[in-house]
Design a protein around this ligand. Structure first.
Ligand SMILES: [Zn+2]
Length: 690
């Protein structure tokens, strides 16, 4: 009570000093639950109108603190500058985490409106901080005058802070500074335009079929969806689109080769049809600007700029990684293609034949209905199984905490305990609702720092129980649950001093390792035996089911791996260009970058529709999917070798990796745990390619 009052008085004092608020608003601020002190997010007491005033007050408070740091007359020290910056926006982070997380999992029109209004203000605030020359100079002075080689966490925080300023262009002067800023603005417009063009081109094209004969090979649900699509447009017959849920099944099941070719050509030309949505010029300009931005910051290419801040570290490292993996999977990919070629009657096999015959081969070899597994994976049992695994590995247990406020009745809360020590709070939000987006993710309301323990949320979309049936998971959903719990425990077992370095705040190509590694346990009979029982009969899960799943998953493993590498090579090809004028046609760049085992079709390419790298945040980072897989398979091989429940191995994994968050370079953490550099053999073995 005392503490909360004091904090509010401090805040109000700041407002009065700056003469910004009228007394009415002042009163609202004092009453605003989001600005008071609470142990847990006060979901049961937040009103929608609280967000706007709380976020604005928190921004002003942070701005005030930051101004004090920037204008301090004291000589810059680690404490009064770097550490002070780390803590300056803590209240803002806390309040915005509630707002942003709820907007994902329990939103409303009103909340969306508030977020739309406040998100740009928060971005403006952080951009203002990261481009503040006075702060940069102070951090630079700290860096020049001190040696933290003995204190790795302080060293990392200092390096990250300095790097973050530099990577925002703060060190640039005069015209260069203005130009950098203008380029950034143009880039964000171009990224948006790229995605809009791709979407418009995708939506422009449809395949309207009116004769039943044209549907040959398509399963009933695919036909139904196409009929509904047609009805929605007021058309007779069936309508297929280039959106994946329509395009994918059509290419897989349709026996009409002529129509598959039509679909393929339409899909492959998205963003490259020479119309007003053509992305070739957008790509050229994006490449040109990114190259220039990187050069201005002192990097050779955009790729160098991105990779410097990743576990892989450098372009030569990345090229070596990709080359080694490619050489290992290429023979398998060629064999797989030859097999598919054999069961089709076409020479050469064309790209529009591939999915269709790949599916035929899969049916011949691995006909297995994975729905058979569902009765063995009752959600409550899976959850207890996962909790039990964390008990076996780390001695943790999970106590229900019904006293902690929740934002929806479906949410369950647990206190995670290590002996008597509370490690943090876990919110599990498992079922879909209209106010939740699709997918599954882990996030935090509060990250661990010092003695403050984290508050972590895992959100999934598993089907709800009904009156007759409990919630039963697909095998892939069990994997998803394990994956997100892997992220959650990375946050939960964190033991660092600074929040920006805690838990999952690691390099982007490392963050999926602790989550993906947990998926490996799903294939271990010893683990499954602890919880997977038929919910009606109690019969244990037949392990041959798991073998079948693994075999089916490895179907075309070499081919699919090569496909991912090809996309990675395309990404690198564009982002190692020194100058936009060398781009030419995107199609040609892509053709040169990829290892093409199937004939390339003129007018078709991926690049003009490759939103990951031109519209989203994966530029120079597409390799990350494969990178994380190599790491997780490699790490799990150590558990496999020592025993999947081995307490010592787990304790080492916790000590050397999970507890360390981003305080040390992941390459060092990996080496500390494995005693060597990453090796792709474990992944190749898992894919059955060794
Ligand atoms: Zn993940």
């Amino acid at each position: 009570m005392h503490k909360s009052l004091l904090k509010n008085i401090k805040l109000v004092f700041i407002e009065i000093q700056y003469n910004i608020l009228i007394p009415d608003a002042l009163l609202r601020l004092v009453m605003n639950i989001l600005l008071q002190e609470w142990e847990f997010p006060p979901f049961d007491r937040i009103k929608i109108e609280d967000y706007e005033s709380a976020i604005r007050a928190a921004i002003e408070e942070a701005e005030h603190t930051i101004e004090t740091i920037a204008t301090s007359t004291e000589a810059p020290t680690f404490e009064n500058t770097v550490e002070a910056l780390e803590c300056a926006d803590r209240r803002l982070n806390r309040v915005s985490a509630i707002m942003m997380n709820l907007n994902e999992c329990c939103t409303s029109d009103a909340l969306q409106e508030v977020v739309m209004k406040l998100e740009p203000e928060m971005t403006r605030f952080s951009m203002k901080v990261m481009t503040d020359h006075r702060l940069y100079e102070r951090v630079k002075t700290v860096s020049e005058n001190s040696d933290y080689s003995e204190h790795s966490e302080k060293k990392t925080l200092l390096e990250n802070t300095l790097k973050s300023f530099r990577r925002h262009g703060v060190a640039l002067e005069g015209e260069a500074r203005e130009r950098y800023k203008r380029n950034e603005e143009e880039l964000s417009e171009l990224k948006l335009r790229f995605s809009q063009n791709a979407l418009a081109d995708m939506n422009d094209w449809t395949l309207h079929l009116t004769s039943e004969a044209d549907l040959e090979g398509l399963p009933e649900p695919v036909r139904t969806a196409a009929r509904e699509e047609a009805e929605a447009k007021g058309l007779e017959g069936w309508l297929f689109t280039l959106a994946y849920p329509s395009y994918g099944p059509f290419m897989t099941y349709s026996t009409r080769r002529d129509l598959r070719e039509k679909m393929y050509r339409a899909y492959g030309s998205i963003g490259g049809r020479g119309n007003e949505h053509d992305n070739n010029e957008v790509i050229r300009r994006i490449v040109e600007l990114r190259a220039e931005q990187a050069r201005m910051l002192g990097y050779n290419t955009y790729c160098d700029y991105v990779l410097e801040d990743r576990m892989v570290q450098s372009l030569p490292n990345l090229r070596r990684f990709m080359q080694e993996l490619k050489e290992a999977v290429l023979p398998a990919a060629k064999n797989e293609l030859a097999e598919i070629q054999r069961i089709s009657s076409f020479t050469p096999l064309m790209p529009w034949d591939f999915s269709h015959y790949a599916e035929k081969l899969k049916q011949q070899r691995y006909a297995f209905d994975s729905e058979q597994l569902r009765p063995y994976f009752r959600l409550d049992a899976v959850r207890e199984g996962i909790f039990g695994l964390y008990g076996k590995l780390y001695g943790l247990h999970f106590d229900p905490a019904p006293e902690v406020p929740v934002y929806h009745e479906d949410v369950k809360v647990y206190r995670v305990l290590d002996g008597t020590r509370e490690m943090g709070i876990l919110y599990l939000d498992m079922h879909p609702r209209a106010s939740k987006r699709s997918g599954a993710w882990m996030t935090e309301f509060r990250g661990q720092h010092g003695d403050i323990r984290p508050q972590i949320q895992v959100v999934c979309n598993f089907s709800k129980p009904t009156a007759e049936t409990p919630s039963l998971l697909r095998f892939s959903e069990v994997e998803t649950f394990m994956h997100e719990m892997g992220h959650a425990m990375h946050g939960m077992l964190s033991n660092v001093r600074y929040e920006s370095l805690s838990g999952t705040n690691v390099k982007r190509d490392f963050v999926e390792m602790p989550s993906q590694v947990m998926e490996n346990w799903c294939y271990e009979p010893e683990f499954l035996a602890t919880f997977a029982r038929h919910w009606q009969t109690g019969e244990p899960l037949p392990t041959e089911f798991i073998d079948k799943i693994r075999a089916a998953q490895n179907h075309l493993a070499g081919w699919l791996c090569l496909r991912q590498l090809n996309l990675g090579y395309t990404d690198i090809a564009f982002h190692t260009m020194l100058d936009g004028s060398t781009v030419g046609k995107a199609e040609e760049v892509e053709a040169g970058a990829m290892t093409n085992l199937l004939p390339r079709v003129p007018g078709c390419c991926t690049a003009t529709n490759f939103s990951h790298i031109f519209g989203g945040g994966y530029a120079s980072g597409y390799y990350g999917y494969k990178w994380a897989e190599v790491l997780d398979a490699d790490i799990f091989s150590r558990f496999k070798q020592d025993g999947i429940f081995n307490r010592d191995t787990a304790a080492r994994f916790r000590r050397e990796i999970l507890s360390r968050g981003g305080t040390e370079h992941p390459a060092v953490l990996f080496r500390n745990f494995m005693g060597r550099e990453p090796d792709n053999k474990a992944l190749l073995k898992r894919m059955n390619l060794l």
